[in-house]
Design a protein around this ligand. Structure first.
Ligand code: SF4
Ligand code: SF4
Length: 88
């Protein structure tokens, strides 16, 4: 397949962890989702029952595109996010 454009993606240097015991989730908070400039945070349904609307959602970090700006740490009211440098 022909590439439409060249993408210059910086090398990943950090990893993002969310402490699930502290995070209150996207409905009660969601500040990381709203403020991350790299759209690293993703919501997912914790309990799916066929035919029913899920009201229990969690957040995970797809940190491949995180550039370590630290905004999520500043906005998280529960201190649930940790950013660590990747070891080479
Ligand atoms: S450090 Fe910045 S880019 Fe990385 S997850 Fe947090 S807000 Fe997003
Ligand atoms: S900002 Fe913190 S507490 Fe709020 S949803 Fe994100 S990780 Fe959870």
């Amino acid at each position: 397949m022909e590439r439409l454009r060249e993408l210059d993606i910086p090398e990943r240097t950090v990893t993002v962890q969310i402490d699930k015991t502290k995070c209150v989730g996207p409905f009660e908070c969601g500040e990381c989702l709203k403020n991350c400039p790299a759209a690293v945070f993703i919501t997912y349904p914790k309990n799916r029952v066929r035919g029913e609307i899920c009201n229990d959602w969690g957040i995970v970090a797809d940190d491949v595109f995180c550039w370590g700006c630290g905004v999520c740490i500043k906005v998280c009211p529960k201190n649930a996010i940790t950013i660590s440098e990747l070891r080479k």
